[in-house]
Ligand binder design. Structure first.
Ligand SMILES: [Zn+2]
Length: 85
């Protein structure tokens, strides 16, 4: 997060905005968890474990949608089963 979504102050690596004191700890934790789940999905996909890849991808996308996650969704999740979880 480069800028505070509330006041647009520069954030760098901080989780609390230095200007308005908004605490983004939970949001940043969710972003990190989404990245971990996306990595797990890619790893599982590379291992040929479709079910595990699908579950990890759904967890990732539920926390934070990403361009790569959107692509993987189209690749490994049939349109009619996207809500099975
Ligand atoms: Zn702020």
């Amino acid at each position: 997060m480069e800028r505070c979504p509330a006041c647009r102050a520069r954030m760098s690596e901080q989780s609390v905005c230095p200007r308005c004191a908004c605490d983004f700890t939970l949001a940043l934790g969710a972003q990190a968890a989404a990245r971990r789940h996306l990595g797990s999905a890619l790893h599982a996909l590379a291992q040929g474990e479709q079910t595990s890849a699908r579950q990890s991808l759904l967890k990732s996308q539920s926390l934070q949608r990403s361009t790569l996650g959107n692509y993987l969704e189209r690749l490994i999740i049939p349109a009619d089963s996207a809500t099975d979880f």
